[in-house]
Design a protein around this ligand. Structure first.
Ligand code: BYC
Length: 329
């Protein structure tokens, strides 16, 4: 049953001659830059691709709460604890907007959750790495949210209306997340030599996993070509990765941190940095379930789902008892 609702196969862009009349009209709307809305006609592949991508994005927001939530009780000051609490709570909100956007495509949040727990839907590779010291919380905000925004700013222009609108709101909150991470690292880098060393250690461990967030290199990306033809994706994985590197290098310089890449060099001709690609074997291993924290992350989500069952049942039972007029409010 599930194989019918999510798309995991490789895609092939269809030539105009192979398209039905409905599909040609749909493509003309896409090319004009019109938004597609839930009740509009859409190709089945478009719908499935969106469920896969938006669902994966929603799961990432929710699983992303785990490495940060791990530090709420250990935040060094009351102010830092309040900031981190607010950020982690925002991620839950992002998950909800995105699950709601995916639900407009004919899949329920419960179904997506079951697919995640069964290992049939993915979440971002980055959250399979541990947060070992307090500076990691800064690195998650600066590098992980920084990479997420780079992707999500472009996704505000995605062709599917509900996804695009969710992205607009999420981007506003993500910028605050990125700033709080950078602010945390400024304080640590201006602190004691031990604090600066912790910040460098976090940078060393998060740099390549952050580069992996943009997905495999363009030559190995199975979905990019079709997703870009449908304007679900606006940029290729490599384009966004390059923009992220170009934006982040001066920020690292300001902090006085060294990017762990001996080949990082400004390329005058291209007007951007040359850099070392992440270890793609490691990436594919992590998304296959073999990263340092995959098993823990899934166990935490499955336990939370089981523990919350009585609460979801209670809410549903109460909703059934409400008079219809109140239910609609
Ligand atoms: N991790 O053909 P490709 C955040 C999979 S976190 C895991 O290039 P596509 C945040 C891909 O699914 C950021 N899997 O795929 C939250 C595909 O496998 P399947 C979340 C990955 O979809 C809390 C296969 O590799 N953001 O915001 O065209 C705190 C081939 O890849 C990854 C989003 O999800 C990965 N990194 O492009 C802080 C953004 N990369 O499905 C921050 C929305 C690739 O065929 N998503 N795969 O089995 C996207 O923009 C795209 O889905 C991607 C991948 C660029 C990620």
């Amino acid at each position: 049953m599930y194989a019918q609702v999510i798309d995991t196969g490789s895609d092939r862009v269809r030539a105009i001659g192979e398209m039905s009349e409905e599909e040609k009209t749909f493509m003309a709307r896409i090319e004009k830059g019109e938004k597609i809305e839930p009740k509009d006609w859409m190709p089945e592949g478009y719908r499935k691709t969106l469920i896969r991508q938006i669902g994966q994005h929603a799961h990432s927001e929710v699983v992303g709460q785990l490495p940060e939530g791990n530090w709420i009780t250990r935040a060094p000051t009351l102010e830092r604890k309040a900031i981190l609490l607010a950020k982690v709570q925002d991620e839950a909100g992002h998950g909800l907007y995105l699950y709601s956007a995916a639900e407009t495509l004919g899949i329920s949040r419960d179904e997506m959750t079951e697919l995640l727990h069964a290992g049939k839907m993915k979440y971002s590779s980055i959250f399979n790495y541990p947060t070992l010291n307090w500076a990691d919380i800064g690195a998650v905000g600066w590098l992980v949210d920084g990479a997420a925004i780079m992707n999500q700013v472009a996704l505000q222009r995605t062709s599917y209306g509900p996804y695009s609108r969710a992205m607009i709101r999420i981007c506003k909150e993500e910028s605050f997340h990125q700033r709080q991470g950078y602010d945390l690292l400024i304080k640590m880098c201006q602190g004691s030599p031990e604090q600066k060393a912790m910040a460098q250690d976090a940078m060393n461990r998060f740099w390549y996993p952050a580069l992996m967030m943009f997905g495999p290199s363009d030559k190995d990306s199975v979905h990019s070509e079709q997703s870009m033809a449908w304007k679900i994706k606006i940029n290729t994985n490599d384009e966004l990765r390059q923009k992220f590197v170009d934006q982040t290098v001066p920020q690292a310089e300001y902090l006085g941190l060294t990017i762990p890449d001996e080949n990082l060099v400004w390329n005058e001709e291209r007007g951007s940095y040359d850099f070392t690609q992440p270890d793609w074997n490691e990436f594919f291993d992590v998304i296959a379930g073999n990263g340092p924290c995959n098993k823990d992350r899934m166990a935490a989500r499955i336990n939370a789902w089981k523990d919350g069952e009585w609460f979801r049942e209670g809410l549903a039972a109460y909703a059934k008892k409400l008079p219809l007029r109140k239910q609609a409010v």
